[in-house]
Design a protein around this ligand. Sequence first.
Ligand code: NAD
Length: 292
Amino acid sequence: LPEQEAFDIEYWLLEEAKLQRMPKPKSLAGRVALVTGGAGGIGAATAQRYLTEGACVMLADIDTEALARSRDQLAGAFGADMVRTVEMNVTEEEAVAAAYAKIALEFGGVDILVSNAGIASSAPIEDTTLALWNKNMSILSTGYFLVSREAFKVMRAQGIGGSIIFVASKNGLAASPNASAYCTAKASEIHLARCLALEGAEAGIRVNVVNPDAVLRGSKIWSGEWLDQRASTYGTDKDGLEEMYRQRSMLKRNVLPEDIAEAAYFFASEHSAKSTGNIINVDAGNVQAFTR
Ligand code: NAD
């Protein structure tokens, strides 16, 4: 190489190395996120991902003890000013409005909503009582409607757009045995997201969906009724179910709460500035595969 060119390259490499060592600006700095179901596995992992990127996070949940545990853990790592909690039942209109009022008071607004609070409760169709059907519809479908309706009001009034992320489920796209109430409620969340994406576009409010496949580790869902129901449907225990989900995925991997958090971060950040009404299946390739 001619001497000048070699010098230029060396200079450029040094500058590049300097840039690599410089602290990166945090991509969600100054943003406020509301995470429903923030006391649960996926919600807490998503809150942690957002806090890492500099966002302030309000964790909302019905389970106050688990909520306090999540807050203490995250506040220990990121500071008490960055993470707050609100007790909220997503099925109650007044509770949802009160939670948004608390966020306005403590953080001044909401830029990101992660609608994630949920349950999994199902049975074969003949055993699906109206109460069981309504429970799925009210916490999942109606709960997602109520929290996103309030988010729309706040985000429109702020006038700078926003990002709404629905944590739905692979089961909202594909049928799962003996789980019609849950699958139908999850499908309605996905379609609600599409409708809201259209309504919010002009105001810069983006609405996208993350569909997890089974996330057994860290999820409270997988320690109660749903675990028993799935175990009896597939004739195996929790370890067997985890292995089954792993085997039937293309990538032969299980999905973790952190994997969902990463997709929820993508939709919250400017990396997805031109995505709305879209879905990311975080499923290790399960939805598109016939590997069973
Ligand atoms: P999780 O049980 O660990 O967390 C869910 C949280 O939602 C809990 O803390 C619970 O207290 C809260 N919640 C339940 N009902 C509520 C209500 N009425 N109001 C407010 N909060 C309420 O479960 P997770 O695995 O973290 O699930 C999060 C979301 O992901 C749910 O919507 C679930 O359906 C969805 N999902 C989970 C899986 C999985 O395998 N874990 C797979 C697909 C989709």
